[in-house]
Design a protein around this ligand. Sequence first.
Ligand SMILES: NC(=O)c1ccc[n+]([C@@H]2O[C@H](COP(=O)([O-])OP(=O)(O)OC[C@H]3O[C@@H](n4cnc5c(N)ncnc54)[C@H](OP(=O)(O)O)[C@@H]3O)[C@@H](O)[C@H]2O)c1
Length: 270
Amino acid sequence: MRHVGIIGVGRLGGALLKSLSDGSENRVCFIDRDIGLARQRSNEIKFASFESNLEDLAKKSCIIFLAVKPKDVQSTLEELGIYLRSEHLLISVCAGISSKQLREWSGNRCEVLRVMPNIACLVQRGILAVANDSNLSGERLKEVLEILSVMGNCYEIPEKLFDSFTALCASGPAFVFKFFESVEWAAEKIGFDARLSKQLSRSLLDSSSALSSNEWGTWKALIDQIATKGGCTEAGLHSLEADALSTIVERCFILTRDKSVDLGRVDKQS
Ligand SMILES: NC(=O)c1ccc[n+]([C@@H]2O[C@H](COP(=O)([O-])OP(=O)(O)OC[C@H]3O[C@@H](n4cnc5c(N)ncnc54)[C@H](OP(=O)(O)O)[C@@H]3O)[C@@H](O)[C@H]2O)c1
């Protein structure tokens, strides 16, 4: 039985709480300064205990997940630091904040690891990055990967790629949903009513996703199964290329990555 604590059970911390509390391997406790939200989580997740202060959470956990907004990380760690012991492992899922900053703010009292999940860990289909250049012992890293594996696929990547991973995979689902929001909107423009536009846009995402996981070829090979030369799909693809879809996506990722870098800047923390 592992003793796991979660600080902050908002959107992402709530997803971690749910997936870590499923099954019997972990005993999970959590804390959130939004008492209404903490009560709601207590009602939703029967087998996790709500703690009222960081001292009790630290006493009851060996592995502590930090899931507060980047602006709250420093103050939270400065408060938590005095309760940390060398046996603890602190895992931060916070965008932009480096392991160096995490170690400094928590008083260098325990091992620290950066993990970047996406919110699909709520449905065990997450994509998670683990910093493979941390100094964690092989045994501890193995334990962490085992814990995270219930949430989805884990990729070990260098920490210097975390801001790019945040843009691509942590923010990524929001961009995919934004695209399909446009699909729903455009469906209405070409004649479908609102209800059918909503249904068809969802079905389009489902069927395309199922097809892509069935056929593990390149994206081009998948496109070529649908677009025939001189046909109607090709006309639509030309329109997307003329509007420079790839450049739009690239710019979106660069801005998101740079914002993640910016969130981690110490001079922006106050
Ligand atoms: N959302 C995502 O999909 C996603 C994906 C990857 C990574 N992340 C990272 O995950 C972190 C959390 O994001 P989120 O979207 O889940 O934020 P969120 O919904 O705002 O949740 C954060 C929660 O932590 C609480 N909190 C703040 N300081 C606290 C403290 N010292 N002790 C106890 N609770 C505290 C907040 O309370 P108040 O509301 O009262 O401040 C809030 O309820 C961020 O650093 C973000 O970069 C998020």
